[in-house]
Design a protein around this ligand. Structure first.
Ligand code: SF4
Length: 366
């Protein structure tokens, strides 16, 4: 556990990251190129891309990825990571090349090693397993997921039945349910409301997964209120700012788009929701792709305006690849559609900050 850390913490990071700059320059050059050459199809329609902003990395994902990179620098490879640190194939492969080993369960990590918990959060039982295995843990759970965990613990202590709106089997849902398994019932969308059973209809609260569709969640809440008029709401939105902002931006893009491309992996809940939201708000069609290589040119036949966004776990280099792919086929004119600004940042997990401070202090005295 030696290497000297050189990367700034998330809290110290400049607001414009290297990946932002890469996309900005790709966008600028695409726009310049469009201005120079003009971009028209044979029929005279102007081909353009509406690029949603905000898109891509949220503060929780940025923090989790930096935590793995920083741990590799600080302690040396290998560093074990329980589950995909974030739901994106490219990010996982890149970290694997740097020395991260991804495992499904804590029990797969050799005794005494370091394990990082992913941004989606884990149940208390997983922390106990790590203790039993004498593992050093770094908890990269997004602070906004931790907030939902704390709400679950609090309402369970007050003996509420907790109706957790979310997708069955999603890691975040498993982690949150694990905080109070006796009190939590999963509600997987409006159609699941009829199956809900509670002990006391006067003492029921709803919580939600952070990465759901805002509109569908409110539909589920309305249906629950139809059954339980005194249903309590959480003190603040559980659906996180990043999920909401990306949905707000894609709704605006979708109004004018013939086809929407969302960059993201199929197991990324917020990415999948972006495609659904786009189609529900006016896009004629849309697809989720992990990168430019997955785009089928036949999807875009007859399309003039392409909407483009990416999920909260997607680095901008993948969006740059799609912009280049589109530019090569005549969609060189890129307009940014940004209905909302986003500037959230989170500091690194406390275990890493502690070790970085200790190392800095040792350097000062040594
Ligand atoms: S999508 Fe939201 S809850 Fe999930 S990691 Fe990003 S900021 Fe956190």
């Amino acid at each position: 556990m030696s290497a000297t850390p050189s990367r700034p913490s998330a809290a110290d990071a400049p607001e414009t990251s290297a990946t932002d700059s890469a996309t900005d320059s790709a966008t600028d050059s695409a726009t310049e190129s469009a201005a120079e050459t003009g971009t028209e199809t044979g029929s005279g329609d102007r081909r353009r891309v509406l690029l949603a902003a905000p898109r891509g990395y949220c503060a929780g994902v940025d923090r989790a990825v930096i935590a793995v990179e920083q741990a590799l620098e600080q302690y040396g490879a290998p560093v074990y990571v329980r589950h995909e640190i974030v739901h994106n194939k490219y990010v996982v492969k890149t970290l694997e090349k740097k020395g991260a080993i991804f495992v499904e369960e804590t029990g797969e990590v050799p005794e005494g090693e370091i394990v990082i918990f992913s941004a989606h959060g884990v149940a208390p039982e997983v922390h106990k397993e790590a203790e039993r295995g004498k593992l050093a843990t770094i908890d990269a759970t997004c602070p906004l997921v931790t907030k939902v965990h704390k709400e679950a613990v609090r309402y369970a202590k007050e003996d509420y039945d907790i109706l957790l709106i979310g997708h069955e089997g999603h890691e975040e849902v498993i982690g949150t349910s694990g905080e109070a398994p006796e009190h939590v019932t999963l509600v997987d969308g409006p159609d699941d409301v009829a199956n809900v059973d509670v002990r006391d209809p006067e003492k029921v609260v709803w919580l939600s997964q952070t990465t759901l569709s805002v509109d569908e969640t409110m539909e589920t809440v309305d249906a629950l209120k139809g059954r339980y008029p005194n249903l309590l709401s959480p003190p603040s939105d559980d659906i996180c700012y990043a999920t909401q902002n990306r949905q707000t931006a894609i709704k605006q893009v979708a109004k004018d788009a013939d086809f929407v491309l969302v960059v993201g992996s199929p197991n990324s809940s917020n990415s999948v929701r972006l495609v659904e939201t786009a189609i529900a708000h006016g896009a004629k069609d849309g697809r989720l792709v992990d990168g430019a290589e997955e785009i089928d040119e036949s999807w875009l036949e007859g399309a003039t305006t392409i909407g483009l966004s990416s999920g909260a776990s997607v680095p901008d280099v993948l969006v740059d690849g799609v912009l280049e792919w589109l530019a090569e086929r005549g969609w060189e004119d890129v307009e940014i559609v940004q209905p909302v600004e986003e500037r959230m940042q989170f500091s690194l997990p406390k275990e890493l900050r502690r070790d970085l401070r200790a190392e800095a202090a040792a350097r000062m005295t040594g």
